[in-house]
Design a protein around this ligand. Sequence first.
Ligand code: ADP
Ligand code: MG
Length: 237
Amino acid sequence: MLEITDLVTEFDSVKALNGITFQAKPGLITTVIGANGAGKSTLLRTISGLERPTTGSIKWFDQELTHKSVEAIVRSGIAQVPEGHAVISQLSVAENIELGGLFRRRIARGDLAIATREVYELFPILYERRNEPAGSLSGGERQMLAISRALVSRPKLLLLDEPSLGLAPLISAQIINIVNQLCRSTGLTVLLVEQNANTALAVADHGILLSLGKVVADLPAKIMIADSSLRAAYLGY
Ligand SMILES: Nc1ncnc2c1ncn2[C@@H]1O[C@H](COP(=O)(O)OP(=O)(O)O)[C@@H](O)[C@H]1O
Ligand SMILES: [Mg+2]
């Protein structure tokens, strides 16, 4: 269980997160939705240790993550796929995946090879293109690569920041479906940040709606998706 309590993260005394409290249950998909600037990326970056909270706590089962280093957080089984399909263009697909193994929790010989084979099974197109530079991939393939790089660290909790951003609807649906399958088949816990609320709520178990750094709704996804007044008030459609 991921437990976020009274989390505050500030930039120059502006509270990007202004007292966030919620829990994400293991083996389920929790989606964090909200308009641009709501604090979604800051939330993920604070969980993965890239931003430091002013106050509050982040717990993953019995581990207190709040003041741990990024490396220690990765080793405790948490991996983030950053916003913007970030891959290293000059390196090959295979080399990008290998990079994800750098912070592995326990580097047994052959272990990375097994994890790499698993991600190629999940995304066969990446296997086909393994020797090509990542810069030659389409946007969707680049997102698959960014996810693969996170998955080779064998995370228990996957943090995904707007995986569908800038992708054609069919491609983003395909990526979200693969994440969904992965969660259902392996028990992976997923925290999925999306601006596209409908796409995310369609696969999620639970929804957290953020506005101006606060949680304004914390509901089962099925209930949130049916609530048109929430959407109108906070998402503008
Ligand atoms: N590195 C930063 N420095 C200053 N302000 C930031 C920084 N990152 C985010 N912010 C501010 O924090 C707020 C939340 O941003 P962000 O978490 O990126 O929102 P979202 O991902 O929901 O669009 C915004 O007002 C944004 O301008
Ligand atoms: Mg963002």
